[in-house]
Design a protein around this ligand. Structure first.
Ligand code: NA7
Length: 545
């Protein structure tokens, strides 16, 4: 390595998505030198890669925005209740321009290794473009759904037609009209794209392994009541979101399902179905819907009834109806005409529970019962979530030569979802152990970034040069996470939340299920109690203790 080419900075950030951009802005304002390393050709993260037809945010865009600068908020107007991918990407580009962020981002570059140098108390990053980086602090803003899962089906390479992954959709236009298209996967990406693919395809065949709950987005203008709340008192609206359970300002429901009559429950449900809002239907019907299987089943049954009413062919309706998991334990979806799409004559549903795929051939997909000849296969098969982007991108080596992949071999271990014991000065944004994926990402990202940047400034002020979580604190966080996950239903489904979607991955509920507001108060308390659970060191340590 040519040491002259090494870039010396205070902080290196990986990823220029929602988190990385805000990190760069805040770190600069706090007086740190920063470089951001980004594999893609531009900013955007998730919204750079996921360009498939129908890609949208399914948190309302008035909530899915940066809130750190009121002037930014008034400078940008969203066009609809749920913005499309191109509009969100334009927004992130607008933010990058407004704060002149691109000049410190190295695009088209990957980190290929990261090593902690104990004597220098710095991280040394090797990168794909040759110029290494030496930094005091290393922050992974790599996202939780950014490493696409391999297809896991034999014969993909033999297929002579076009192959696309929703999470790596081409930037050029993909011609769909008149084609025979297969989609594998019915998570959010499948459910958003299937109706649009069906409109253009000569024929669309959907290969479904597990049916998912979806509710209509009822997209359009932002709802007047929410907009009025935000405009009435912006600061209060944002503050309420920060202390809420899911990062959107809704109150805690107090009425338990069995306190309500059938008619009252139905009324609440119909309102939620008409509202077209994921956080509303996940939290606002009755207090036990997310924590008790019986309270949950009352809601799940009402959604099942809707599916039966929309899908005309009874066998198809049944195949599309989830029975294997409580509502919300697997990430539910927001749709536009999803179930109704199955009433179209050019759409076929293949239930992989009854006829599994045996192989992909030169001409299409073969199950153990039939062969489907197609021109295009779309994999909407998801991601190696939460840990994939952190573990797979490069070896990260901490104290005593330990690699993060080894330390995490039987499941991710963190303190507060933000740090890993034995990896000093390393921070994870939206990592395993954070509540982010169960919340409005924007609110969680701002909390994580603010906490980390405020800590780095405070450490610098006090003369500390390293921060490392203790093993005891990390074990305590694991215990607390396990306790919280016993209170919710996420543990009862095979999902990317639990590692079940990736063959061979360690199982366990990876997100913090205690909620955004409680998580924020824990992070604040850690600070208020002298960085409880962290070991700090530096030249001035004697004076500080
Ligand atoms: P998801 O939600 O992980 O969905 C992936 C889908 O692909 C899901 O239906 C899977 O079935 C299916 N799948 C995965 N692998 C296979 C194989 N090998 N064969 C057949 N079917 C398969 O990913 P998305 O991209 O849709 O959404 C990710 C998140 O982005 C979403 O939750 C939102 O937070 C935004 P399974 O359910 O595993 O049986």
């Amino acid at each position: 390595t040519n040491s002259d080419a090494t870039q010396q900075v205070d902080v290196a950030v990986v990823g220029a998505g929602f988190a990385g951009l805000y990190l760069l802005h805040r770190l600069r304002k706090a007086g740190f030198t920063v470089v951001v390393i980004e594999e893609a050709g531009d900013v955007g993260g998730t919204w750079y890669w996921n360009r498939y037809p129908g890609a949208r945010c399914d948190i309302q865009t008035i909530d899915y925005s940066y809130t750190f600068d009121p002037e930014l908020e008034s400078a940008w107007q969203w066009s609809e209740k749920y913005a499309t991918q191109p509009e969100i990407l334009r927004y992130l580009g607008f933010v990058a321009d407004r704060y002149d962020l691109r000049r410190d981002i190295r695009f088209g570059t990957k980190v290929t290794a990261a090593n902690w140098d104990e004597s220098a108390e710095r991280w040394r990053l090797t990168t794909s473009d040759g110029a290494d980086v030496s930094c005091r602090y290393y922050i992974m803003a790599t996202g939780c759904l950014s490493a696409p899962k391999p297809p896991e089906i034999d014969g993909v390479k033999d297929f002579k037609g076009e192959v696309y992954f929703t999470g790596r959709w081409p930037h050029e236009e993909v011609k769909l009209a008149g084609k025979r298209i297969a989609v594998i996967g019915t998570g959010s990406s499948g459910i958003q794209s299937i109706p649009l693919l069906a409109e253009q395809a000569a024929h669309l065949t959907v290969f479904q392994r597990t049916p998912n709950f979806a509710l209509p987005a009822h997209n359009g203008p932002a709802p007047a009541d929410r907009t009025a709340m935000l405009q009435g008192d912006r600061a209060a609206y944002r503050e309420q979101a920060r202390w809420s359970l899911a990062g959107v300002p809704y109150p805690q429901q107090m009425a338990v399902s069995w306190q309500l009559s059938d008619a009252e429950r139905r009324e609440r449900f119909e309102q939620a179905w008409a509202a077209g809002d994921l956080v509303h239907i996940l939290t606002q019907l009755w207090a036990d819907q997310g924590v008790d299987v019986d309270g949950n089943a009352l809601l799940a049954d009402l959604i099942r009834e809707k599916i039966r009413n929309i899908v005309k062919e009874p066998e198809m309706a049944e195949a599309l109806t989830p029975h294997d998991h409580p509502f919300g334990a697997k990430r539910p979806c927001l749709d536009t005409n999803y179930y109704a799409t199955y009433n179209r004559p050019n759409v076929t549903l293949v239930n992989l529970r009854q006829e599994p795929i045996t192989s992909i051939t030169a001409s299409g997909i073969t199950t153990d019962k039939r062969t489907f000849d197609v021109d295009m296969i779309v994999f909407a098969t998801g991601f190696d979530a939460m840990t994939g982007a952190i573990k797979a991108v490069h070896p990260i080596t901490g104290r005593n030569g330990k690699s993060l992949s080894d330390v995490w071999a039987s499941g991710p271990q963190t303190y507060l979802g933000l740090t890993v014991s034995g990896f000093p000065n390393l921070f994870l944004i939206t990592g395993p152990g954070s509540p982010s994926v169960l919340s409005n990402m924007a609110v969680s990202i701002e909390q994580h970034v603010d906490w980390v940047v405020d800590r780095l400034a405070a450490l610098r002020e006090a003369g500390f040069t390293t921060i490392d979580a203790t093993e005891t604190a990390q074990a305590g966080w694991a215990q607390h996470m396990a306790d919280c996950s016993m209170l919710t239903l996420h543990r009862l489904a095979n999902t990317w939340y639990t590692g079940a979607n990736v063959p061979g991955k360690a199982r366990g509920v990876m997100p913090y299920t205690g909620g955004v507001g409680p998580y924020r108060s824990i992070c604040n308390e850690v600070v208020a109690r002298g960085m409880l659970g962290f070991k700090l060191s530096g030249p001035n340590i004697a004076e500080q203790c």
